[in-house]
Design a protein around this ligand. Structure first.
Ligand code: GDP
Ligand code: IMO
Ligand code: MG
Length: 427
């Protein structure tokens, strides 16, 4: 049995944490493969609410082994505070495995992230300020620090020196900041080594052996398709590959092992940070979606930008990820509208365009072409089966499925684990 990938089909915050947690009870491993603590995944279990940033959402399922893969960037201080928070609430985190090849978010990269954004001024990306971009930049520049480097002081010192040589020039001469001392950084990083040690593993081997033994492995994406460094709305993206291919490079599991790719799709659209967003609303409907949907960032506390569902984006997500299924979330938030606009195409400089334009200029000019679907007013949060949904809600789901190019196999009608309608089984 199989490896499954679960990822965001829009601009993040689609409800990946809830979906992963839901499946976590039936899988053996849940693996984060990219991103870091820029993610904010909310999981609601009974009356308990958890906000996870770096840890895979499977950590809340006792039978499941959570894994931080090689493609993730790890801020050890954040990791420890997240582990402490869970331990204080009685969650056992001892099974966690972390790849020795995962890169460390060093304190200087958090500084560089914040200073770079300040210098970009109105052109800023609106990053989470967690050091994600500079850490991936160091990785690609081959001056990154990996978890395994913590266990060889001499190598660690040489690598921090190599990283800071250039960075200190930048910080002092361009950004007008004080230089960062190699010794201080090395000391801080070494301070994490002992506590990290029991978790560090050859996760590539562990995961591939697990698959050979017919265990079920679930890959949990952070962020979303349109925030992907290659396939997203560049440059207003994150610095990793949340799309399906990232699950392979970020974990060392080959594509032939992956049998299902599930796109988490919000019944409307949200985005945090800068960048184009064709269906964004600036009126009371946008305000209502934000209020009813509780659309406020889990990581930075920023209000999320809100808009109607965009089928062009959903189709694009199906294509670039090879989606086999959708998990539609937050349908309950749309209760109460007489009719619900759905963007079916764009108008770009007078032309109707059905697919996401590859040109950034065109995408910035894209205006949504709406179809209006009849709404419903009945409370749907208690619905357990598709048939329990009011006819118009059923039709909304069917219309989205038709436009988006993959079957909708689950529907979220509330934040809780059990507030989900399972249409087709994922396992
Ligand atoms: P993630 O980053 O993709 O894990 O999503 P976030 O946790 O940042 O944001 C999704 C929010 O929607 C969280 O507050 C979830 O508790 C909530 N949520 C998830 N699914 C549903 C749903 O079907 N209905 C409602 N009302 N809330 C949901
Ligand atoms: P989850 O996993 C929504 C956005 C930031 C910014 C851009 C780059 O909860 O869906 P970064 O700090 O990654 O360099 O910022 O990406 N962003 C997210 N938006 N959900 C997330 O994660 C995000 N992680 C990053 O707002 O626009
Ligand atoms: Mg989130």
């Amino acid at each position: 049995m199989p490896a499954l990938v679960l990822l965001g089909a829009q601009w993040g915050d689609e409800g990946k944490g809830k979906a992963t947690d839901l499946l976590g009870g039936s899988v053996d491993y849940v693996v984060r493969y990219q991103g870091g603590n820029n993610a904010g995944h909310t999981v609601v279990v009974g009356d308990q609410k958890y906000a996870l940033h770096l840890l895979p959402s499977g950590i809340l399922s006792p039978g499941c082994t959570p894994v931080i893969g090689n493609g993730v960037v790890v801020d050890p201080s954040v990791l420890f505070s997240e582990l402490n928070g869970l331990n204080e609430r009685g969650v056992d985190t001892s099974k966690l495995l972390i790849s020795g090849n995962a890169h460390i978010i060093t304190p200087y990269n958090v500084t560089v992230d914040k200073v770079t954004e300040r210098f970009l001024g109105k052109r800023k990306i609106g990053t989470t300020g967690r050091g994600i971009g500079p850490t991936y930049a160091d990785k690609i520049n081959r001056v990154g620090i990996r978890i395994q480097d913590l266990y060889d002081e001499s190598i660690l010192t040489q690598k921090v020196e190599a990283a800071l040589d250039g960075k200190n020039q930048l910080l002092t001469k361009v950004f007008n900041r004080r230089a960062i001392e190699v010794e201080k950084v090395v000391e801080e990083l070494l301070g994490y080594a002992d506590r990290l040690k029991p978790y560090v593993a050859d996760t590539v081997l562990v995961l591939n052996q697990a698959l050979e033994q017919d265990k079920v492995v679930l890959f949990e994406g952070g962020q979303g398709t349109l925030l992907d460094i290659d396939h997203g709305t560049y440059p207003f993206v994150t610095s990793s590959n949340p799309t399906a291919g990232g699950a392979c490079t970020g974990s060392g599991v080959g594509p032939t092992k992956i049998s299902r790719v599930i796109g988490i799709l919000k019944a409307y659209t949200t985005r945090v940070g800068s960048g184009p967003f064709p269906t964004e609303l600036f009126d009371e409907d946008g305000e209502a979606l934000r209020r009813i949907g509780g659309e406020r960032g889990v990581t930075t506390g920023r209000d999320r930008r809100c808009g109607w569902f965009d089928a062009v984006i959903a189709r694009y997500a199906t294509r670039v990820n090879g989606l086999t299924d959708f998990f539609l979330t937050k349908l309950d938030v749309l209760t109460g509208w007489d009719e619900i606009p759905v963007c079916v195409a764009y108008e770009i400089d007078g032309r109707r365009v059905e697919e996401l334009p590859y040109s950034q200029t065109d995408f910035h000019h894209a205006k949504p072409v709406y179809e209006y679907l009849p709404g419903w007013s009945e409370d749907i949060t208690q619905a357990k089966t598709f048939a329990d949904l009011p006819k118009n809600a059923q039709n909304y789901v069917k219309a989205l499925e038709e436009m988006s190019g993959a079957p909708i196999s689950a529907i979220g009608v509330g934040p809780g684990r059990d507030e989900t309608i399972e249409v087709n089984s994922f396992l």
